[in-house]
Ligand binder design. Structure first.
Ligand SMILES: NC(=[NH2+])NCCC[C@H](N)C(=O)O
Ligand SMILES: [Mn+2]
Ligand SMILES: [Mn+2]
Length: 300
């Protein structure tokens, strides 16, 4: 079902301040991604890294409150085109970030292949800011809002000026750092969010059961957008916006195995691995483990 996988490296770094996240795709490859897929008998084509120019002035535009907008738009247009090519070949897209702004490009490329695309946004953050609400001007904190059709028009109109996903098809898991504007956004749009409080009280297993059941009843595809800062920074120190108190390696791994076993995923992306902030590529290794779990790797 997941044969063939199309691997795309999407090294955007300028939608956040910590250079080095552009090395994320190769760090995940060096952690043994190909070998893991081979062992699962999953065939793949690795298309390498998209040639993205990470050249912004890094200044916040006084009008839009965004940093490096034009460059982030260009990079995401390139990503959308590449994702479309992979989909047209009938392959399962596996996108390696890059900062979380790349989800703008991936979903812009994916949405036209589905009637009701679901999204699981596994993240410490909600990434639901806009130019008005963002405390930082960093576009990686706005990518889910953009996909819901809210934000700067240059971003929301990539590959078609429309919502790439519907709020009722979106589930955020692992959130523990939500800005005031994002809180309002979640309430207004009625987005399903499992914060760390919910995960702690219900247990990750029940949260995933609920999420899977909810999506199964309403969507014809599920994109997993996994920000490695969603995992507790004890396990994933190599990322730019760490937040304490996340799900453990084990809880996350189990959640991914559950997604595999439920056969719901139709594309996967892993973002925000930053080797320059890491400890001996530990974070990329966790990312590779997580990806392997979504493709069905088991202990026994
Ligand atoms: N994809 C991420 N790591 N996002 C972090 C966002 C942090 C903060 N909420 C902001 O908007 O600036
Ligand atoms: Mn995050
Ligand atoms: Mn994120």
């Amino acid at each position: 079902m997941k044969n063939n996988v199309g691997i795309i490296g999407a090294p955007i770094t300028i939608a956040q301040p910590n250079l080095g996240v552009d090395f994320g795709p190769n760090a995940i490859r060096y952690a043994g991604l190909a070998k893991r897929l081979d062992q699962l008998n999953i065939t793949y084509n690795d298309y390498g890294n998209i040639n993205i120019k990470n050249e912004g002035s890094d200044k916040q535009d006084p009008k839009t409150n965004l940093k490096n907008l034009d460059e982030v738009v260009k990079g995401n247009q390139q990503i959308a085109e590449e994702v479309k090519l992979v989909k047209k070949k009938g392959e399962f897209p596996l996108i390696l970030g890059g900062d979380h702004s790349i989800a703008i490009g991936t979903l812009a490329g994916l949405y036209e292949f589905y009637d009701q695309l679901g999204v699981i946004w596994f993240d410490a953050h909600a990434d639901l800011n806009t130019g008005e609400t963002s405390p930082s001007g960093n576009i990686h904190g706005m990518s889910l809002a953009v996909n819901l059709g809210v934000g700067d028009e240059q971003l929301t109109s990539i590959n078609g000026n429309q919502k790439k996903v519907k709020p009722e098809n979106t589930i955020i898991i692992g959130a523990r750092s939500i800005d005031d504007g994002e809180r309002d956004f979640i309430k207004e749009q009625g987005i399903k969010v499992y914060t760390m409080y919910d995960i702690e009280r219900k247990g990750m297993e029940n949260v995933m059961k609920e999420a899977i059941q909810y999506l199964k009843g309403r969507v014809d595809g599920v994109h997993l957008s996994l920000d490695v800062d969603g995992i507790d920074p004890l396990h994933t120190p190599g990322t730019g916006t760490r937040v304490v108190g996340g799900p453990s390696y084990r809880e996350t791994h189990m959640a991914m195995s559950m997604l595999h076993d439920a056969e719901v995923l139709t594309s996967v992306e892993v973002v925000e691995v930053n080797p320059l902030l890491d400890d001996q590529n530990k974070t990329a290794e966790v990312a590779a483990d997580i990806i392997a779990a979504t493709f069905g790797e088991k202990y026994l």
